[in-house]
Ligand binder design. Structure first.
Ligand SMILES: Nc1nc2c(c(=O)[nH]1)N[C@H]1C(S)=C(S)[C@@H](COP(=O)(O)OP(=O)(O)OC[C@H]3O[C@@H](n4cnc5c(=O)[nH]c(N)nc54)[C@H](O)[C@@H]3O)O[C@H]1N2
Ligand SMILES: Nc1nc2c(c(=O)[nH]1)N[C@H]1C(S)=C(S)[C@@H](COP(=O)(O)OP(=O)(O)OC[C@H]3O[C@@H](n4cnc5c(=O)[nH]c(N)nc54)[C@H](O)[C@@H]3O)O[C@H]1N2
Ligand code: SF4
Ligand SMILES: [Mo]
Length: 876
């Protein structure tokens, strides 16, 4: 839909589950200008650093533009026929459970609906699972246990209206930045208190009134302790509790748990209990620190128990709030995209529910039991039980636990099709058939965000000739497998109408998900559909659930679930003394296939790292900026150590983003064991155990280049810069000939290079020029080097006579790593301004440098800089 001025198209950001509205304006060069949509209820015009940089990620570089079969370009007909034939043959020879789909919470609802209909209704297998298994499965299971359905009770307005917001297992400041900004705004107007429960001190702690550095995995113990305290203080809502089952048992179990497991001090616990018990309007936000755990479902129920017992649910400013990660994680749950769910929040195991769906689809076959969940699914792909696998919109060779084994399993599987926008992923490189997908900005459909708001994604530029939307490929394969009528879709609007109509039929079973009010949208109405919160039926639109204490369980009562704390599955011991926590950084999205294209986003944290406590660093004798080897029985990684007291002694943290394409030694899921929660099947991605030791590097290198380098070294990490690429390198053995090595690295002529060597210190500085313009430069030393990296990264393409000095010429400062991505303001620039202009607040920094004045994602880092000892000391 175009906006009032007729030039912008309204759409939704393709990253996180906040679901911010964006305005897209073609920039006249094939790209798009992307700004926040002031009219979207999720963001009211705001965007975070990732949303603001969308325009930089849409170029054709790296795009997959034609189908490939066995590594050779092929036409669409052959590619789709091949997929259909391989699936048909496998089903015919080995039965429906010999095939599987592995899909994604980033697919549009229309894509997801068709995938699920194809697998469950027509191929006849429930072997369709999604990366939401790694993300939301524990919440889904917890909601279903407590409410009878997977229902998010509240809305974003609750965040504006709460007096206390508890973030547990959520780094909202970096992962849902626009929601975080909403809470900060509420804090400014109504004084909302913020509590963060996280083993690490994260950016979200910056403005928190209280940070509880909980022992990894101990959320059940903490919320059980809270529930016992609620009971002790007489805060059980007796009226509400009449409609709850299991209260007594749950209170007993809660009372029996030991708060010592939380590792928290008396004062912290008391402060938290006082705040929670003393504040009626409390929202408890939870995310992956809760879900990605071998007790994830119990953690979810421990949180829900506290809200149910106090009746603080489904009322303005009150409720448990699971924030969804991916843009359509919620939509995927609605269509029943998991191996153990059925569409429209119906139950796969319920015969009446199945019959409704089967009749509606006129489906030949419906599985009666859950299919293989992600971890089991890839195991089956590796051992021959799955003969044909289709992976869509996800990169499991990187993001699944035990990732090296998953990579082997994909390689071993008889037939693997992969649909992606690029062929350069660890997963796509293993595909037998590669299907080029139309990307965000080129395709249309709907997504549902964390608060049940359905928004349109709209095409603003045409897809490249060789690319097709995911729903279209799925429907093509459905038709080619013999189900011409069931998959006769020409537009996403048709699919959406069918789905909305099915939700009406499903609602007859007394379920929550009903969007039948949208079943008769015309194409034109679908085109102009404004964001709308479900349910959308004749009975009601939007709103909250459960404030009236009516639930979707068979007896209509909410269920308190008795839970007891369990430690993470992997135990620490002398061989693996560190607990490895993993997660996200502010400016990268998962496996970086899109965000890493943006130089701005790439310069925030350009290298994979391991956060480790100073005491541990001393014990391990880690030197400044050392590389470390992190290891366990599953795998091994080499990462840059960052010594910081944001993690506790004995705990380390590494980001999940780096891959075979960007830093092959930093595939962190190679170290995550495939241990899952027994109820949800969600892997424990945050509590592996590992050893950490210095990596004995004989040399360290740093390179900048305008041509794509081809690194071969024990350690390397590649990122984009405005002028091309920057690269960190290290190796255990020094090559014999550095000039040759540099020439091979860049694919350039060694005769055209300048080479300065310092044999005593193992130093080499090698630069390649074309005319007087720098093409590439490599700096090598025995120790990690202090170079003006961010300035050097600006030099390729420039006349750079003094480049080999490795530092910016007099008068030209090195800006340092980018802190504010929106205005590209580096840390050195900020520190200089703080000192020179005696700035004391984040707003003053904004006034001086613009930093932090657009999306606000960096404000917590700015206040960190203001408080940093270095700046304090220099100012004195
Ligand atoms: N920048 C950025 N934003 C994103 C994404 C991205 O890739 N990049 N991905 C999106 C997706 S799909 C998701 S699912 C969300 C995830 O959003 P979050 O869940 O907020 O992100 P994570 O960094 O995975 O983990 C959150 C925190 O859990 C903490 N934690 C670890 N163990 C425990 C524990 O036992 N208890 C508690 N209480 N906390 C623990 C970690 O230290 C970490 O700070 O982010 C979404 N937003
Ligand atoms: N250790 C550890 N592991 C984790 C996590 C963690 O916290 N720690 N978090 C887990 C969580 S919560 C999640 S959600 C997963 C995410 O993990 P993944 O989903 O595997 O990661 P992405 O990089 O988002 O993969 C999306 C893929 O889709 C491609 N793509 C982009 N647009 C399109 C399109 O329009 N169509 C198609 N067909 N493809 C497209 C991208 O190029 C990319 O290859 O990782 C999980 N793994
Ligand atoms: S918070 Fe950022 S990443 Fe998430 S939807 Fe909004 S702009 Fe996109
Ligand atoms: Mo996620």
């Amino acid at each position: 839909m175009a906006t009032g001025d007729g030039t912008a198209i309204r759409s939704t950001c393709p990253y996180c589950g906040v679901g911010c509205g964006v305005l897209l304006r073609p920039d006249g060069q094939g790209g798009l200008d992307v700004t926040g949509d002031p009219d979207h209820p999720a963001n009211r015009g705001r965007l975070c650093s990732k949303g603001s940089a969308l325009g930089e990620t849409l170029g054709m570089e790296g795009r997959l533009l034609t189908p490939m079969i066995g590594g050779q370009p092929a036409d669409w007909n052959r590619a789709l026929d091949t997929v259909a034939a391989r699936f048909r043959d496998a089903v015919a020879e080995h039965g429906p459970d010999s095939v599987a789909l592995y899909v994604s919470g980033q697919m549009l609802t229309e894509d997801y609906y068709v995938a699920n209909k194809l697998a469950k209704g027509f191929m006849g297998t429930a072997n369709i699972d999604t990366n939401s298994r790694l993300c939301m499965a524990s919440t889904v299971a917890g909601h279903r246990r407590a409410f009878g359905t997977d229902t998010v009770p509240g809305t974003y307005e609750d965040l504006d209206e709460a007096d206390l917001v508890v973030l547990t297992g959520s780094n909202l400041a970096w992962c849902h930045p626009v929601l975080y900004q909403r809470i900060i705004a509420a804090r400014e107007t109504r004084g909302t208190k913020i509590v963060v429960i996280d083993p690490r001190r994260t950016a979200s702690c910056e403005v928190a009134d209280l940070h509880l550095p909980i022992a990894p995995g101990a959320d059940v113990a903490l919320f059980n302790g809270l529930l016992a305290e609620v009971a002790r203080r007489g805060l059980i809502d007796a009226h509400f509790a009449r409609n709850l089952s299991g209260l007594e048992d749950t209170l007993r179990a809660a009372g029996a748990d030991d708060l010592a497991a939380t590792g928290l001090g008396e004062d912290d616990l008391r402060a938290f209990f006082d705040l929670w018990c003393g504040t009626e309007k409390v929202v408890t936000i939870f995310s992956q620190g809760v879900n990605q755990s071998s007790s994830g479902t119990d953690k979810v129920n421990a949180i829900l128990n506290c809200h149910l017992a106090t009746g603080r649910i489904g009322k303005p400013g009150q409720g448990p709030f699971s924030v969804t990660g991916q843009p359509n994680a919620m939509g995927g749950r609605e269509v029943g995209g998991l191996a153990n769910t059925l569409t429209c929040h119906l139950d796969l195991e319920n015969p009446a529910h199945r019959a409704t769906v089967q009749d509606f689809w006129d489906a030949p076959a419906m599985p009666e039991a859950a299919g293989l969940k992600a971890v089991d699914l890839f195991e089956a792909a590796g051992d021959g039980r799955i003969q044909a696998l289709w992976i869509i919109h996800t990169n499991p060779a990187v993001t699944m636990p035990d990732a090296d084994r998953v990579r082997d399993a994909i390689a071993a599987c008889d037939f693997v099709a992969v649909s992606d926008v690029t062929g350069h992923t660890d997963t796509a490189r293993l595909a037998d058939v590669l299907l080029p997908a139309a990307a965000w900005g080129e395709k249309s459909g709907t997504v549902t965000n964390s608060d049940r708001t359905i928004s349109r994604q709209r095409a603003a530029v045409p897809a490249p000739a060789g690319c097709r939307p995911d729903w279209d490929m799925l429907a093509e394969v459905g038709r080619r497998m013999g189900w011409a009528n069931a998959f006769a879709y020409d537009t996403p609007a048709q699919i959406f109408r069918e789905y909305a109509a099915l939700s009406g039929a499903a609602a007859r079973h007394g379920r929550d998900f009903d969007i039948s009010g949208l079943a008769t949208l015309t194409d034109a109405q679908y085109e102009t559909l404004s964001p709308v919160r479900w349910p959308v039926s004749t009975g009601r639109t939007g709103g909250r659930f459960f404030g009236d204490s009516r639930f979707f369980t068979p007896d209509g009562r909410g269920r308190m679930v008795a839970v007891s704390a369990r430690a993470p599955a992997a135990a620490r011991d002398d061989a693996r003394p560190f607990r490895l926590n993993t997660g996200r950084i502010r400016d990268q999205w998962h496996t970086m296939t899109r965000t890493a294209k943006s130089p701005r986003l790439s310069s925030h944290l350009p290298e994979p790292f391991l956060d480790i406590h100073p005491e541990d660093a001393v014990r391990l004798e880690l030197s400044e900026a050392a590389l470390v080897r992190v290891e366990n029985a599953r795998g091994s990684a080499i990462l840059r150590a960052r010594v910081t007291d944001s993690v506790r002694p004995g705990q380390v943290f590494a980001p999940m983003h780096w891959t075979g394409e960007t830093a092959p030694s930093a595939r962190i899921d190679a170290l995550v064991p495939p241990v899952v929660d027994p109820v949800s099947g969600q892997p424990e991605s945050k509590a592996a155990t590992v050893s950490v030791a210095p990596f004995a590097a004989a040399w360290h290198g740093f390179a900048v280049s305008s041509v794509a380098p081809d690194p071969r070294a024990d350690y390397w990490a590649l990122s984009r810069s405005r002028q091309g690429y920057r690269l960190e390198l290290a190796g255990a053995q020094e090559p014999a000939d550095w000039l040759r090595t540099a020439a091979d690295l860049f694919g350039l002529d060694p005769d055209k290079a300048q080479h300065v060597a310092d044999p005593a210190r193992g130093g080499h500085r090698i630069a390649f020029f074309k005319g007087d313009r720098l093409l590439a430069a490599l700096f090598v030393a025995r120790e990690p080097m202090a170079l003006a990296r961010d300035w050097l990264a600006t030099q390729p393409g420039e006349a750079a006579p003094g480049i080999l000095a490795g530092r910016a010429p007099e008068g030209l400062a090195d800006p340092g790593p980018v802190v504010c991505s929106c205005f590209s303001v580096g840390v050195n620039t900020i520190v200089d301004a703080i000192l020179d202009q005696r700035l004391t607040t984040v707003d003053e920094i904004g006034a001086a440098l613009q930093a932090g004045t657009n999306c606000g994602s960096c404000r917590s880092e700015l206040s960190d800089l203001l408080a940093s000892q270095y700046v304090q000391a220099a100012a004195e």
